[in-house]
Design a protein around this ligand. Sequence first.
Ligand SMILES: Nc1ncnc2c1ncn2[C@@H]1O[C@H](COP(=O)(O)OP(=O)(O)OP(=O)(O)O)[C@@H](O)[C@H]1O
Length: 594
Amino acid sequence: MSEPKPTKRQPLYSDADKDNLRWFWRNYLRKHSGKLLIVLGLILVQGLVYQQFLAMTESGLRVIFEAGAMRDLIMVCIVVFLLFTVRGIVSFLAPMITVKISNQAIYEMRRDLIGHLMSLDLAYFERTKSGEIIQKLVTQTQQIGVFVGLGVANAIRDAVTVIVVSGYLIWKNPLLFASAVVVLPFIIVVMNFVSDRVKKGQAEAEQALGNYMNGIEETVNGMRTVKIASQEEVEKERLFTGTKSLRHLMNRVQITQALVLPSIDLSSAFVYVLVIGGGGYMVLSPNFDVDGAAIITFLLGMVMVFDPARLLAQFFGALQSNLVLLDRVRALYAETPSINDAPEAKAEFDTKGDITLRNITFSYDPEQPLFDGLNMSFKGGHVSAIVGATGSGKTTILSLLSRLYDVQSGEITFGDTPVRDLQVARLRGAFSVVAQDIVIFNASIWDNIRYVNPDATDEDIWQAAENAEIADLVRRRGDTPVGPKGAQLSGGQKQRIAIARAFLRDAPILLLDEATSALDQATEERIKKALDRLTKDKTTIVVAHRLSSIAHADSIFVLESGQLVEQGKHEDLLAQKGLYAQLYQAQKKGYDEK
Ligand SMILES: Nc1ncnc2c1ncn2[C@@H]1O[C@H](COP(=O)(O)OP(=O)(O)OP(=O)(O)O)[C@@H](O)[C@H]1O
């Protein structure tokens, strides 16, 4: 499951490809073995129909050439018609089964991929382009499914036809058939060339498509910034470049694939000439016991072989593309979550105990350590605040507590229990969070609030909405969705939804990261009173830039570049005349001057 290296020649069927095919068979097809055997039986019937058709044609021609009975000719016609009726019915039944199997396989593959995706760490989503994820879950799985459902089934049908009809022709006239095989090496060389180029081209095209989809997502989501900065032309150009490169790559893949048919046609023309010439000679020569009916039937048989052979050759070109897609889809499983439940992880813990960070080290990027030996303790049931300059690591501390990331060394404990000994879902279930990046779904405000507690009663939801001062808006907007990512709401309205969620969830530990920063002072004052009730007896950690809003905290931690530089109550910190006092005075001065 390696990333493609377009410049290096790769084997057509690498070990990874074989492994991917086995994986696909084991997980999504093997369970349908019984039905697949039925399909195989139906396909065999299709092949046999062709063989019988040839035999009947030869008999019919002989009746004509040898001026036989009319009755025999009519019989031949009826049998031929019946044979093709059988083939028609079977040709419908086989794909009907395979299409169902393949759609089931797509469904299961997507279900598994979504399940795995949900288990991955936040860090994966922060480094992976969303276009790449959408591509795996939407287009690549779909293409693989269609290929398996129709492509593979048709290819087996074609292969069976080629084998059965060729077998019949060999039996009828081995010498003539042997002369037709001379074109085989030419076809093999062309197919190898095509397959190799298709594989490389497809890998590059998938990469380009991922980038293009990601570009669209970024542009659409960032439309406000694009418009304000008048960057429409730049974005247009960026997307044009993406589609241009796709056009170039798809041209390369599809034109290469188009080489297959003319090569087969050229070969077949060559073979037909050989059969007409060689077969004609056999009829005319007294050394061979071959009549005109046999040669015409043989020629018809060759036509019937070449048609499925063309399709088979096309199939091998498409197979290379699909092997690339399968590799891309399966690559998601190479990503594994690192934040898991430890064996025998505990479901229960003291949610009211102190939360302690002991000598922790953490960095997002090994080049830039953020915390190195940080110690902090948040008192259970009390309100603590973290303050400090932007980028000093306040939000990161909150993320570490709920294990969105794991510390690299040191330990975080809840009461006496190390955080790694807790079940992740239980740990996170103990938090209500109002984060800086509020996620709003394109649903009604009501549904957005209920998201954090789907079992809540209507009464609870109204109460939460009242507490967060958003109930009026809920009444006014009713069921109207709020637009993608809450685009129809103001920053303060989104923040009040997040606060309403915290009220509704009512978990024992509360994390408020700049929770009221977008509110006007009057609304903030009203929400503060409700929040004071909410935080009662809960362990609350507040991150705020506006120091006046955290002055009442039981304990204030002052961070500077990932280090704890001061700690204490508001009055004590002011008396210390350190960083906190400086920040506070600067803010106060700012307000006084306004
Ligand atoms: N997901 C991430 N990946 C890489 N680096 C990150 C990530 N999140 C934050 N950082 C970096 O870590 C540092 C601390 O960020 P953090 O968000 O904890 O700061 P903060 O004190 O909360 O800042 P602010 O007051 O601006 O919210 C910053 O230098 C930031 O660039």
